[in-house]
Design a protein. Structure first.
Length: 132
């Protein structure tokens, strides 16, 4: 990451599907996006965009809203364990709950339903109940 101090085209880098978007790399991209030209929806859709608290805390509240939360909810880097360790609660308003339930990253337990029922669509709840 020492080469990140060079004069790169940050927009071109943000669209590169072959890069790993670690929290360090995302931080450098975000800091260098001074004119807000990076499309964070597309960037957060990359297969190698690493989901972590550290990554999400880089973003302002306004920018968190621009991320592709469906893609992040389906990400291979997002585990049930990460969600249980605070990510689910801290970013509950952003997650695509249908994707989380469908991918079995979140079980619709009584605890989850009581804590997040206002965020989970009735179709998602019905689909989960019907599949049992």
């Amino acid at each position: 990451l020492d080469t990140l101090q060079k004069d790169w085209s940050w927009i071109v880098l943000s669209k590169n599907n072959n890069l790993v978007f670690s929290s360090k790399f995302v931080s450098v991209l975000y800091e260098n996006d001074t004119d807000e030209r990076i499309d964070w929806f597309i960037t957060s859709s990359h297969k190698y965009f690493i989901v972590s608290r550290k990554t999400f805390l880089i973003f302002s509240e306004k920018m968190l809203q621009t991320l592709n939360w469906t893609s992040l909810s389906e990400s291979e880097s997002l585990s049930s364990e990460l969600l249980k360790n605070g990510l689910l609660d801290q970013f509950s308003a952003y997650w695509d709950w249908n994707s989380l339930v469908r991918s079995k990253k979140v079980d619709l337990s009584l605890e989850v339903l009581s804590n997040y029922s206002s965020l989970i669509s009735s179709a998602t709840i019905s689909g989960f109940i019907s599949s049992d």
